[in-house]
Design a protein around this ligand. Structure first.
Ligand code: AMP
Ligand code: TRP
Length: 343
């Protein structure tokens, strides 16, 4: 029986978010809002993944500012730094070290299937960085470094978590003996709520994204009341009335998107929302959605502004978080190195 330094917790939550550009309603409803609820259950680990951010070119000053902004947004949205661990990825060198070892487990064929790479690299794949191609292996390292069991994310990350499971399982069969228990458990994606994939306000077939060139396509967490109001007023819809059942929304992506956003922001089921609004048009619904969005996002953006006045304090919070994260990460990497055969 091998003596190991780390233990597999029965439940541990890990998730990450990139410090790139403005956080938007999709990031909030698809990820951060769920993190806030989950942290009540168990100590959770949340990372601002700056090493992922540099897989596409970043201006160093802007990257530093975005790291502060994302930290402020996460805290303003309700992550309690006494309960949860919040840190920036690059401050724990073990992420990069484990990623290298997992590079020697993951197969090229697996990475070739990743749709996010295809989308982000676009037509000019030859010119994309190796980091962008390799990104899902670093993401697997983020999760496995903490022997995490659950990963709350938006729907777009599902494929990357499936890859993480393939890497974990392959590592287990390469490096643990039959009579020993598997070292890595296979982490579960937690894709929760009615806003798993918030769509662009301008085009219901595209997800709301930081990189969309149209500002009107997304609601940023820092938008003013006027901006929120104008963007929702201009959001694409259709002339039909709101139906009684979800089935009747299936062929109306823009309408479905606004209903899902309302449902998620109000913590009420889509059925309940349809009960309330069926038979009404979007000219009636939109002002209600504007009011609700301002009510929910207003306090987050003002708290964010307040926290951003003291970036030294944010740096301290991230440093304390990194110290706690390192305590978990170091023994796991030590075990991995032993299992691989390093002395
Ligand atoms: P990123 O901004 O790519 O770092 O994403 C951070 C988190 O937000 C991940 O869990 C994503 O799955 C989630 N996310 C990003 N965009 C959306 C969206 N449009 N709808 C739902 N979740 C999203
Ligand atoms: N790839 C994720 C995104 O773009 C961010 C991320 C990096 C992540 N590492 C992670 C999410 C680990 C969950 C777990 O949204």
């Amino acid at each position: 029986m091998t003596i190991l330094h780390s233990i597999q917790p029965s439940k541990r939550i890990f998730s990450g978010i990139q410090p790139t550009g403005n956080l938007h309603l999709g990031n909030y409803l698809g990820a951060i809002k769920n993190w806030v609820n989950l942290q009540e259950e168990i100590t959770s680990i949340f990372s601002i993944v700056d090493m992922h951010a540099i897989t596409v070119p970043q201006d160093p000053k802007t990257l530093r500012a975005s790291t502060h902004e994302v930290a402020a947004a996460i805290i303003a949205a309700g992550i309690d730094i006494q309960k949860s661990i919040l840190f920036n990825q690059s401050s724990i060198k073990e992420h990069a070290e484990l990623a290298w070892i997992l590079n020697c487990v993951c197969r090229i064929g697996w990475l070739n299937r990743m749709t996010q790479f295809k989308e982000k690299a676009g037509k000019n794949k030859e010119n994309a960085t190796i980091g962008l191609y390799n990104y899902p292996v670093l993401m697997a390292a983020d999760i496995l470094l903490y022997r995490a069991t659950h990963v709350p994310v938006g729907d777009d990350q599902k494929q990357h978590i499936e890859l993480t499971r393939d890497i974990a399982s392959s590592f287990n069969s390469m490096f643990t003996n039959d009579e020993e228990e598997d070292f890595f458990c296979l982490p579960e994606p937690q894709i929760i709520g009615p806003a798993k994939r918030v769509m662009s306000l301008r085009d219901g077939s595209k997800k709301m994204s930081k990189s969309d060139s149209s500002e009107a396509s997304r609601i940023n967490l820092t938008d003013t009341k006027e901006e929120i109001s104008n963007k929702i007023k201009k959001a694409k819809t259709d002339p039909e009335l709101i139906p009684e059942t979800i089935e009747n929304l299936k062929s109306r992506p823009e309408a479905l998107n606004l209903i899902n956003i309302y449902s998620s922001l109000s913590d009420q089921s889509v059925e309940k929302i349809l009960e309330e609004f069926s038979g009404k048009g979007f000219s009636y619904f939109k002002p209600k959605l504007i009011e609700l969005t301002i009510e929910k996002l207003g306090p987050i953006s003002s708290k964010m502004r307040y926290l951003l006045k003291d970036t030294i304090e944010i740096d301290k919070i991230l440093k304390t978080g990194a110290e706690k994260a390192r305590e978990i990460a170091e023994p796991v990497l030590k075990d991995v190195k032993y299992l691989v055969g390093f002395i």
